[in-house]
Design a protein around this ligand. Structure first.
Ligand code: HEM
Length: 136
């Protein structure tokens, strides 16, 4: 399997994790009509945090493979992928820092989570999806 394919598959895993992250917080916040006990809410919140750490680690690993001579954006699509991926990494880092160090800004995690989700979706469409359809 080529490095490109490994990255495309890992980004797909990241997108699935991102969807799970959105769903877990939707459960915690009561955005979906599922009745949960407070203890269940706490459990889903914990899962969101572990999922968040996993998505951050995966994002950082993927971003690292894009640095250096391996990846030089050569088209508008590639630039879109690179910029959205970099922004997603920064947004996830900001969320982790707020969660652990600046909890008084916790209210921004909703907007940051939504932004992270959209950025990861954009990164997926402009990278792996294009790769699966046109290059693989
Ligand atoms: C609209 C959807 C989302 C909301 C409302 C939301 C909200 C939150 C909240 C409140 C926390 C702090 C949890 C705590 O203090 O126990 C958090 C943490 C976190 N979330 Fe989200 N989030 C959302 C979507 C996402 C998505 C899509 C991702 C990743 C793709 C993500 C990644 C993270 C990360 C990395 C942390 C920090 C985890 C840690 O270091 O412990 N979130 N989120």
């Amino acid at each position: 399997m080529s490095l490109q394919m490994v990255k495309a598959v890992l980004t797909t895993v990241l997108l699935l994790l991102t969807i799970a992250q959105g769903l877990s917080m939707a459960l915690v916040r009561g955005w979906v009509k599922v009745k949960l006990e407070p203890a269940d809410r706490q459990r889903w919140r914990k899962r969101h945090r572990w999922g968040g750490v996993a998505s951050l680690v995966l994002t950082l690993a993927l971003a690292a493979t894009m640095l250096g001579p391996l990846y030089e954006p050569y088209s508008l699509r590639a630039w879109t992928h690179a910029v959205m991926g970099a922004l997603a990494t920064l947004v996830l880092l900001a969320k982790a820092i707020i969660t652990h160090r600046f909890r008084r800004y916790l209210r921004y995690n909703t907007a940051l989570g939504t932004a992270a989700g959209l950025l990861i979706l954009g990164t997926f469409i402009s990278g792996p999806l294009w790769y699966f359809v046109y290059a693989a």
